[in-house]
Design a protein around this ligand. Structure first.
Ligand SMILES: Cc1cc2nc3c(=O)[nH]c(=O)nc-3n(C[C@H](O)[C@H](O)[C@H](O)COP(=O)(O)OP(=O)(O)OC[C@H]3O[C@@H](n4cnc5c(N)ncnc54)[C@H](O)[C@@H]3O)c2cc1C
Length: 493
């Protein structure tokens, strides 16, 4: 991709001297000068970008620009899903400041360069990377400050959820974050943000009080209820379609960092799923109960339901509310006890670690109907791939479907079917198994979470529901050339 032409005659000494790799103050790490950097345009065509321009960008940054072959490039380009980690962006811009983000966006837009945006790099379908594009890497921008008195938290746009959890719990405060601490707050928040406290506190977007965004034009704008309120609406569920958020401000809630909960294991059968279907809806908003159906876990290799239970409220009330889970005759093992929320939030970090092979299909269930239960039992018996529930409802369901761009407010659960593996040779068979299970579940689903599922354009647009026309208007206003297209894409027309 990057042609190492070692200061050939075509390149004058004067120009070569300006190339980052030739200068002692190099920020790109370029090992040698070059005439062009080969890249890919937004529509997938070939692009040749003048090395001098790349060099100029690199020199202007607070952060670093890395090309293929540069020291640090391989690490900087990494994304979480091993299925996409072989992709090679033409350049990675490691932004240290909002100003760097502005420069990267302007550079990309002026050259029609394919852009991807990386925060935590956790996009399941690998949207934060590309072959031949420019990766705008925010991961070095992760400072988080808490205003304990005002109960707000400001987080840089490259922060991870673990940074937020640690900063907030220090003050006995919390906002909704997700179930794995190395997930990025950027993608998580802009898509909606489901977590263990959403029933009590609402989704991440329901706690977002403002953001700083660099638009496709390179303008730095604030978005909140009073400034650019249209954009603020779209950021809450419209994903990365309208710009790059370099800062988020969240509302915080009083929170005891010692929660009550644990993991309880059950055999997967109709009795258990009927019990779960009845119980989940009757529980107070402090309760979050999330079965993971894991093949091969039972003594005879059968699928077990390991239910992650988290109660974020008074422990005595939790013991009472959750007692039916302990009394259910199908309980095989496990206990409920006081737990550090930090341990709960980091408990799955290893299982869902970086670099494995992952494939996922998911959708929202407004209820757990008998038909859906039949499908789940059948596939649990086959025991080929995992499936799981994220418990929703509560405060999340009290927000109107058009109050934010995230429209799926009636969901009782987010339900996913997932393959996790280490051996790429298994991918085709496991992907087929996930799709088969999902296809059987899809009739019971009411839309999907754009942060997880990748679907056809038509399905994606339909999934935004009645909010879609408003999102298209916003796209026209803030990103008329669809510069930000590696996402659950809304087109400007
Ligand atoms: C292990 C794991 C656990 C998860 N758990 C949960 C969960 O509990 N709840 C939940 O709701 N979701 C969860 N998700 C889904 C998660 O919300 C999405 O994968 C999300 O995209 C991850 O954000 P990221 O910043 O790490 O992603 P990245 O891959 O870095 O980015 C994905 C996309 O988000 C956009 N983006 C990211 N940052 C910015 C920014 N600052 N400004 C503008 N656009 C940006 C871009 O379009 C980018 O293509 C999980 C995902 C994984 C892999």
């Amino acid at each position: 991709m990057y042609r190492r032409t070692f200061c050939k005659a075509a390149l004058s000494t004067a120009v070569a001297a300006t190339l980052p790799g030739c200068g002692s103050k190099s920020k790109s790490g370029l090992g040698s000068p070059s005439t062009v950097v080969n890249a890919v345009s937004s529509s997938g065509g070939e692009l040749s970008i003048e090395a001098a321009a790349v060099s100029e960008l690199a020199e202007s940054l607070d952060g670093r620009l890395l090309l293929q072959g540069d020291e640090g490039y391989a690490t900087a380009k990494q994304v979480w899903n091993g299925m996409f980690d072989n992709k090679k962006p033409a350049m990675v811009v490691r932004c240290f400041s909002t100003d760097d983000v502005v420069k990267a966006i302007n550079f990309g837009r002026e050259r029609d360069l394919l852009l991807s945006v990386k925060c935590g790099g956790h996009s399941f379908p690998g949207k934060s990377t590309s072959d031949g594009g420019m990766m705008i890497d925010l991961s070095s921008m992760h400072s988080v400050d808490v205003d304990a008195q005002g109960k707000t938290m400001r987080a840089d746009g490259g922060s991870l959820l673990g940074h937020l959890d640690v900063a907030a719990t220090k003050h006995n405060l919390m906002t909704t974050t997700g179930i794995v601490s190395h997930t990025g707050t950027g993608g998580f928040t802009l898509g909606g943000g489901v977590g263990r406290t959403d029933r009590k506190m609402g989704l991440a977007i329901d706690n977002l009080v403002g953001a700083t965004v660099v638009t496709a034009a390179g303008d730095v704008v604030r978005a909140n209820e009073t400034e650019n309120a249209d954009l603020f609406w779209g950021l809450r569920g419209g994903g990365g379609n309208f710009g790059i958020a370099t800062e988020f401000v969240y509302r915080l809630h009083p929170f005891n960092p010692m929660v009550y909960g644990g993991n309880l294991s059950y055999a997967v059968n109709k009795d258990f799923l009927n019990f779960f279907a009845e119980l989940h809806d009757t529980l107070p908003y402090e309760a979050n109960i999330e079965p993971q159906l894991l093949p091969g876990l039972g003594d005879n290799g059968e699928t077990l339901a390991v239910v992650g239970v988290t109660w974020c409220g008074d422990h005595v009330a939790g013991e009472k509310a959750l007692a039916p889970m302990l009394a259910f005759p199908g309980l095989l093992s496990g206990k409920l006890a006081p737990l550090a929320y930090h341990d709960v939030q980091t408990g799955a970090d290893g299982l869902l670690g970086h670099g494995k092979q992952y494939y996922l299909k998911s959708g929202f269930l407004n209820e757990l109907s008998p038909g859906a239960i039949d499908v789940i039992v059948e596939f649990a018996n086959r025991g080929v791939v995992n499936s799981w529930f994220q418990h929703m409802g509560g405060v999340t369901a009290t927000v109107a479907p058009d109050a934010t761009a995230f429209t799926h407010r009636s969901a009782a659960f987010n339900f996913g079917v997932m393959y996790i593996g280490e051996d790429p040779s298994q991918n085709d068979a496991k992907i087929a198994a996930v799709r088969e299970y999902y296809k059987e579940m899809e009739p019971y689903m009411a839309g999907f979470y754009t942060n997880l599922n990748e679907e056809s354009d038509q399905k994606t647009w339909g999934n935004y529901g009645p909010n879609y026309p408003r999102l298209v208007d916003l796209k026209k206003k803030y990103d008329p050339s669809n510069l930000f297209r590696l996402n659950a894409n809304i087109r400007p027309s």
